[in-house]
Write a protein that binds this ligand. Structure first.
Ligand SMILES: [Mg+2]
Length: 239
């Protein structure tokens, strides 16, 4: 059962628009030579004295907020507090500049052009949903040269599960466009947790991946996978 009701009869989507939602890490933005969460790893060490690896597949969550709570509960044997989160974010903001300030992120080929085309589309609204905190997701997009100020944006600040973040993106896109429901929703992501979140919500999914990552997301159920954003808009009309 879908968490979000996409039944056209219960919505007011008179224009018949669809929604496409984009992940950031490994999707809009390429994986960095230093990987994408080095600042997160450094901030965990600085704030809590805990050493973690930039690898999150063993966590129940796939979001910055959910993973931080798991790290604190597992290592410090107590719940995560608002003070933990604010102290961590302050340190992580400094580490983003230290780790990536001199070596910017790169956009996925065709990603900027895709967002530009979707801004004028009569059929599609675009939104961003990331497991990053809002400030770190914005940092990566700015670093890679994206203009995203007019695109609805949901992040780990909206919830600790990817499904809640996608739902938040859906609601924010509806508020911005004046549409209280979309005919259908598609999530574009690069990893197995993206496939699972889209399936949990009853959304369609398009993967951006190659090689082992492509195999992993196809094994998780993805049926449409592209190496980058070239051809994505044409594919959107077919899924
Ligand atoms: Mg990703």
């Amino acid at each position: 059962m879908s968490i979000i009701d996409l039944d056209p009869e219960t919505t007011s989507n008179k224009g018949g628009k669809n929604l496409v939602v984009f992940d950031i890490d490994g999707t809009l933005v390429r994986y960095h030579r230093k990987r994408n969460d080095l600042a997160y790893v450094h901030a965990v060490k600085e704030t809590f004295g805990i050493t973690v690896r930039d690898s999150w597949s063993d966590y129940l969550s796939s979001t910055d907020s959910g993973i931080l709570c798991e790290i604190i509960e597992k290592n410090l044997r107590r719940p995560c507090s608002p003070a933990d989160i604010s102290g961590f974010k302050k340190n992580m903001a400094a580490w983003l500049d230290i780790d990536y300030g001199g070596e910017p992120f790169e956009s996925m080929p065709g990603a900027k052009e895709c967002l530009t085309q979707l801004a004028d589309s009569p059929l599609w609204c675009a939104a961003i949903a990331t497991g990053n905190w809002e400030f770190s997701g914005c940092y990566k997009l700015r670093s890679a040269g994206f203009d995203f100020k007019d695109i609805p944006f949901a992040s780990a600040d909206d919830g600790s599960s990817r499904e809640i973040i996608l739902k938040s993106a859906f609601l924010k896109a509806g508020q911005k466009s004046g549409i209280t429901g979309f005919k259908k929703a598609v999530y574009v992501g690069d990893w197995t947790w993206d496939v699972k979140a889209a399936a949990a919500l009853g959304w369609d999914f398009i993967g951006i991946a190659s090689g082992d990552e492509k195999k992993a997301i196809m094994d998780a159920g993805a049926r449409h996978v592209l190496p980058d954003f070239n051809g994505l808009i044409q594919l959107l009309d077919r899924v």
